[in-house]
Design a protein around this ligand. Sequence first.
Ligand code: SF4
Length: 297
Amino acid sequence: MIELRMSQIGGCPKNIVAAQLGFEESPAPEYLGLAAQEGQLHEKAILAELQEKGYDPRDFQKEVRLEFPAAILIGHIDATVKMDGRRRLLEIKALGRFQFQKFISKGIVAFPEYAYQLSSYMFALGDEYLPALFWVKCRDSGKQTCIEFPEPPLQKDAIERRIELIANHVERKELPFIEYDEEKCRWCLRKYLCSPHEDSKQIDDLSLRQAANLYREGRQLTKIGQAYIDEAREIFRRKAIITPNYQVDNIRVLLYKQHREIVDKNILIQIFGAERIAPAIKKQEVETLRVIDLLEE
Ligand code: SF4
C-alpha cells in the first residue's frame, strides 16, 4: 500500500504520481526555501501569542494517520489549542499578499491543497478536536484571520476518490494527464515533465555535441548501408536477367518491364490545348527491379 502526505494530496496528481514513481525534483530556487523559513517564523509567533493568551497550544507536529483501501495518509498537525473548554485542532498558514486576499475573498475552496490537508487531519483526529481552527496570516501586512470549521471542508468520499486515482496510476506506472498551466504550475519542481520550454532548456552544449556526432555517424552508416544494398541489388539483377522471379533466404526478386507515359513538354507547348496533347505522349519501356524482404513484411 502506498503512503501519501496529507499536505500534498490536494496538489497536482501528476506531480504526486511522479514522486511515487521516483521522478526527482529539480533543485528548488533559493526563495522557496526562504519563504518556507519565514512561514515557520510566523507559525512560531502565532503559537507564542496563543500561549500568552492562555490557549495552551500542544501536540506540535504530532503525527496523524488515515487509512484507505488504496493508500495510507500521513500528516503532522501544527498543534491543538484549548478554547471554550475543549481541545481543538489548529492549522496555521502564512501567505503572501495576493494569496491572502484570495483566501479572504474565496475561502478554503480556492486552495484545494489546504482543503484536503485540513479535512484529512479532521477525519484522522475525529470529532473530539472539533471545531478545527484554520489560522491565516498575511506575511506582508501582518493581517490575520481565523476560520472555524465545525466539520471538514471536504467529504471523506472526495478524499478517497482522489487517493484511488493516484494509487491506480502508481500501480499502472503511468502519469495522469494534467494540462500544463503557466500560472498554476509556476512553483512545480517537476515542471520538466510537462512544460514544452523546460525540455528545450535542458539541452546543453554536451547534448548538442553528442547529437552532432550521432548525426554524422548515422549519415556514414547510411552511406555504408546503401553501398551494401546497391551491391546486393546488382547481383540480384544479374541473376534475374536469366530467372526473372526467384527467392533466396526469404527475399523475393522480381524483374519485369513497365510502361510509363512521358509527356514531351516542347510539343505540348507548341500544340497548347488539352485535346491536342495526345501526340506529345510517348510510351517508354522501363526496367523495374523489386526486392522484397519477406521477413520485414
Ligand atoms: S508542471 Fe504542472 S501539470 Fe506538470 S506535474 Fe507540475 S504541477 Fe503538475
